[in-house]
Design a binder for this molecule. Sequence first.
Ligand code: MN
Length: 226
Amino acid sequence: MSYVFDPVPYPTLPIKGSDKLFPVRRIFCVGRNYAEHTKEMGGDTKDPPFFFQKNPDNLVTDGKFPYPPQTSNVHFEIEMVVALKSGGINIKTEDALSHVFGYAVGIDMTRRDLQDVAKKLSRPWEVAKAFEHSAPCSALVPAAQVPSCSKGAIWLDVNGQRKQTGDLAQMIWDVPGQIAYLSTLFELKRGDLIFSGTPAGVGAIKKGDMMHGHVDGVGDLEVTVV
Ligand code: MN
């Protein structure tokens, strides 16, 4: 059998120190995984985090974020990205890290004005979260080279000014907890990514801005708004 037309190329991430590519299957994102960010969004810190999704082809790996249409309030959210090499359902917390291929630095770009409308009208979030170029991401660092996925600074600068600061230790659901819980809702598979939530300090960008995100032990990501 052949295709009726050429398939769109499979979304991939580069891997640090390798000429192989990581094929991306799904992108899961944790909402409100840092209490200080929950507060700045007007949420109740007693409510547990939750998941939403982006599309794999929303990934950006060339360091350029085109300012999207239909919005005038686009926010950055610096996040550590967890990449899975295997999956399953009902994964035990103590087994969860054995499914991790590596980690990356990502930015969950958000059309905040459209998200505010969606929240008010109890509508889904795709227009706010799963639009073209909404998932800038660094190369993956293999897990063996990452000293810790549970502590270390996470921050984001815009034009050299610090906007977001946090520590991975502040995550409400740590990485094993995210994988375990997500696997009770979905069947996880190799190639899945999890954007693990953002610390406080999110804000708007404009054309020409340069975002510089960092996660200790994982690395850096520089993205220009074009
Ligand atoms: Mn986010």
